[in-house]
Design a binder for this molecule. Structure first.
Ligand SMILES: [Zn+2]
Length: 558
């Protein structure tokens, strides 16, 4: 399976179907991308790395965690590569069958829920390299079969000939194009659930000389770890509570299971009530966890005086990576209580010790907050044409007010539509803004937008590393005075009128000044930069229009 390049595609199809029947449903996560480049739809270049045996001696470069959130900060390591070369059996890099499945070549990093995916979980280049393949535009909200569309993805070729691959990205979130040079840590897209993916997750693969690489070191993967910073092997902990909360939905039938449950309510993080009616018949607690089979925990419900009202124990039953539990509690006896209103508590208990707790309010009625639904965020690729998106909310009490948060010029709201005009004031390729919805009772929710503008530079590109071509219509002259202490003048020569932006950053790439210079007419344009609060040192600056960027260097002397 490792040298899959030479296996006929027909044979692989048969194999996949056979395994599917035997081990379903997990093997459905085994995707075709590396096996069949012709199956990649709109990809811009062939995906399979060439077999460059002369370079196969060197291992791929050190890797950073390719997601913009740390392990267990709303994302977690779900599955690793299968270290067992045999077909029909599998074990992970520590020889356990729990955190991989047969033939899995990647490292899966999953977001806890689709709400987090909506907010934007950045995918980062794991090492420096040149983008050699991208695919974007496919549907990104698959929960369970039938999967719609192909995975959005990226291939980065590294200097030693190795490749890193990033799959299941959010629709239109791919911010890089073939030929772009990217540095480790740069945002190249956002996590999604495109292709055969039941949850928002990144499937990350490494290839060297046509052979899939396992970046982990363990008892069953003796090669040194390629990760620059190690992370915990999930099997070292018998139970990891990822997330949990109260819910009132009494019809979460079939809700429990592993990562292949199809329940959209849980996968979007079930609605938490603001208050629970004292006449509610039943309350529920859902738990999202990773654990070893047989591990148990208890949920206790404490009333408004701290007395135990109910308790229920649960054991881990599924031998797989991530799972959701649902525990129900009869609430009908609350009606007979004299004064049940007020703050109640949920306790998650292990070995007789409370490890986490949450409170909830009991009142005359159950209430929920206004919420963007079914999406709470999305990406758009902005090629110049105006974009419109309709805002949808539920649970609003009375009318809803929408307002823009951190939006640049060129983004407006008309009624219940967000409008991204043909020209915007975004400063770099990964542009962001938010929309806040608030209802009559003052409750609010946030919708997150990510706008990819290919003509703008990627954020955080170091000047010394990436050469962005100078456009013919924008020319920069040396600022004067230089060096300077409090104020300098920057000169730009424009062949056409353009909306300009200035960014000044220090030698570490940190932005220290950002300025919208507004619309400038053709000809020589000058503007002043106040640098009185900058420490002495060397700085770089960029002046950008929609079509290009020019760069300069300046020195502040105190
Ligand atoms: Zn995977």
């Amino acid at each position: 399976m490792r040298n899959s390049k030479n296996i006929s595609l027909v044979a692989l199809g048969v194999l996949a179907a056979t395994v599917l029947i035997a081990v379903a449903p997990d093997v459905l996560g085994l995707k075709a991308p590396n096996l069949d480049p012709t199956n990649q739809g709109g990809g811009t270049e062939a995906l399979i790395p060439e077999n460059e045996s002369s370079e196969a001696e060197a291992r791929v470069p050190g890797l950073i965690w390719p997601v913009g959130r740390a392990n267990h900060d709303d994302v977690f390591l779900q599955l690793g590569p299968d270290s067992d070369p045999a077909t029909g059996s599998w074990f992970d890099y520590e020889c356990s069958p729990q955190f991989t499945y047969d033939g899995h070549r990647g490292t899966d990093i999953m977001a806890y829920n689709f709400r987090l995916m909506d907010q934007g979980v950045p995918i980062l280049a794991a090492a420096d390299g040149t983008v050699s393949w991208t695919q974007t535009g496919y549907f990104d909200r698959n929960y369970w079969t039938p999967y719609i569309g192909l995975p959005n993805g990226i291939n980065i070729r590294h200097s030693d000939g190795s490749d890193s691959q990033y799959f299941h990205l959010r629709q239109h979130s791919v911010a890089v194009e073939v030929g772009d040079y990217v540095e480790a840590g740069q945002i190249i897209g956002y996590m999604g659930s495109s292709g055969s993916s039941p949850n928002p997750h990144l499937h990350f693969e490494l290839w060297q000389g046509g052979v899939s690489q396992n970046p982990n070191n363990g008892a069953c993967s003796p090669t040194p770890s390629l990760w620059l910073e190690p992370f915990d092997y999930p099997g070292h902990t018998d139970l990891t509570i990822l997330d949990w909360d109260l819910f009132l939905d009494t019809d979460l039938t079939g809700v429990e299971g592993n990562n292949f449950i199809g329940d959209k309510r849980l996968k979007n993080r079930a609605f938490r009530p603001l208050s629970v009616s004292r006449e509610a018949i039943q309350i529920g607690v859902w738990v999202q966890l990773q654990g070893l089979v047989g591990t148990a925990y208890t949920i206790r419900v404490l009333d408004n005086e701290g007395n135990e009202f109910a308790r229920s124990a649960k054991g881990v039953a599924f031998s797989r990576s991530v799972q959701w539990h649902a525990l129900y509690f009869d609430f009908s006896s609350v009606q007979a209580m004299e004064s049940p209103d007020g703050e109640w508590t949920l306790e998650l208990v292990r070995d007789s010790q409370p490890v986490e707790s949450k409170t909830f309010e009991v009142a005359t009625a159950s209430t929920f907050s206004v919420r963007f639904f079914p999406l709470a965020g999305r990406s758009f690729k902005h090629l110049g044409a105006e974009i419109r998106d309709t805002l949808r909310v539920i649970n609003a009490s009375g009318g809803v007010n929408f307002s823009l948060v951190d939006a640049p010029t060129g983004v407006t709201i008309e009624g219940n539509e967000v409008v991204i005009r043909s020209t915007t004031g975004f400063l770099n390729r990964n542009g962001h803004f938010k929309v806040s919805a608030s209802d009559q009772s003052g409750r609010a929710d946030t919708m997150y937008y990510h706008v990819v503008t290919p003509s703008l530079p990627l954020q955080g590109v170091a000047t010394s590393v990436t050469d962005i071509e100078l456009p013919h219509d924008l020319r920069l002259e040396q600022n004067y005075p230089n060096p300077f202490s409090s104020r300098t003048t920057i000169l730009v020569d424009l062949s056409r009128g353009a909306h300009l932006h200035l960014r000044v950053f220090d030698v570490t790439g940190k932005t220290v000044v950002e300025q919208d210079l507004g619309w400038r007419s053709p000809g020589e344009q000058s503007f002043n930069l106040e640098g009185g609060n900058l420490p002495s040192g060397t700085y770089f600056y960029e002046v950008r229009s929609l079509v290009g960027v020019v760069k300069g260097q300046m020195t502040v002397v105190r």
